[in-house]
Design a protein around this ligand. Structure first.
Ligand SMILES: [Zn+2]
Length: 324
């Protein structure tokens, strides 16, 4: 783009700030037990306030509620959105980015705020605007712009349930990032993965992984195991814990094969799997040593700690028969 073309492009892009994407769009289904059951199962969320009617009646709320974090789910478009999505400000703006080479897309932050609980039979309505677009930034992924959409969720009485800010980077993908590797492959530096996030509550898990051990956090009050690491027991609310070392044996609870986008530092295609550990906790990892077509739900797997790049040790799982 010439400087003039670039200026014109930015004018067009910034004209989208404040534009409406959805206005009082009703969710196709009211808040219902079936969708909550699927969501809670996928999330491993056993909060009785969502599914145990008897418990909920005795609770301070006196009724079942929808999980607040599900707020955004109710208004999701189905699979048809992928093929025949109607034009709206957000789609049009992303098209404009794409046409000018900013075809890369990376969701970077989601921030939800909750104001009111919604219960069974309530209907969720969404309003959405494009709230901000940053100036042009040079990021590790390439040159691009961050934009933030702001969705506001209300119930059928017009009362605000919550909001969600979703931040996305639209960028020009680095040249050749997706090209097939040539015979110079060995000369190329291997990209590393994003460093593990080591906070106050989970740093200990990564430090054990560095030493080749896969630990599972255990509540010392009621012995319930939990993963990923967090400060409080979901069963008894105790904040006292220790850990056990996993046998790294388990079975595939679910899996998917990722072809696109390719993520630097990861093999492609990549099988991501939820492993149900024999200890009882679930663990998201990679399934290695087999093709996706040979993987199956319920398949026995066996894990090993592997150096996945020059600074990260991670459990990787293989079909159990290959391990023997
Ligand atoms: Zn406990």
């Amino acid at each position: 783009m010439t400087p003039e073309e670039h200026q014109l492009f930015e004018q067009k892009i910034y004209a989208y700030v404040g534009r409406e994407v959805f206005s009082s769009q009703p969710a196709p289904d009211r808040i219902n037990e079936a969708m909550i059951r699927h969501w809670a199962e996928a999330m491993g969320d056993k909060n009785p306030a969502y599914q145990d009617a008897e418990w909920a009646e005795q609770s301070m709320r006196g009724r079942l509620i929808g999980p607040p974090a599900m707020m955004y789910c109710w208004n999701q478009e189905g699979i048809t959105a992928a093929t025949k999505r109607s034009s709206d400000a957000l789609t049009d703006m992303c098209d404009l980015f794409d046409q000018h080479g900013y075809s890369g897309v990376l969701g970077t932050n989601v921030k939800q705020e909750y104001f009111k609980e919604a219960g069974m039979g309530d209907q969720v309505f969404v309003d959405m605007i494009i709230d901000t677009i940053s100036e042009q930034k040079a990021t590790a992924r390439g040159i691009g712009y961050f934009f933030e959409s702001l969705a506001t969720f209300s119930d059928q009485h017009g009362e605000k349930i919550g909001t969600q800010r979703f931040r996305v980077l639209k960028f020009i993908p680095a040249e050749g990032a997706n090209s097939t590797v040539s015979s110079d492959e060995e000369a190329l530096e291997t990209p590393t993965r994003i460093a593990s996030p080591r906070g106050h509550d989970n740093g200990w898990w990564w430090e054990a992984a560095d030493e080749g051990r896969m630990l599972i956090q255990r509540c010392t009050a009621c012995q319930t195991l939990r993963h990923p690491p967090r400060p409080m027991c979901g069963e008894c609310q105790s904040m006292d814990w220790d850990s056990i070392e996993s046998t790294m044996q388990g079975e595939v609870l679910s899996f998917t094969e990722i072809h696109h986008p390719k993520v630097p530092g990861y093999p492609s295609p990549l099988i991501c799997a939820v492993i149900k550990m024999d200890e009882g906790t679930n663990f998201v990892s990679n399934l290695r040593g087999c093709e996706a077509r040979d993987a199956s739900i319920g398949m026995r797997v066996s894990g090993v700690m592997e150096q996945v790049d020059d600074k990260t040790m991670l459990p990787q799982f293989y079909p159990a028969t290959q391990e023997a």
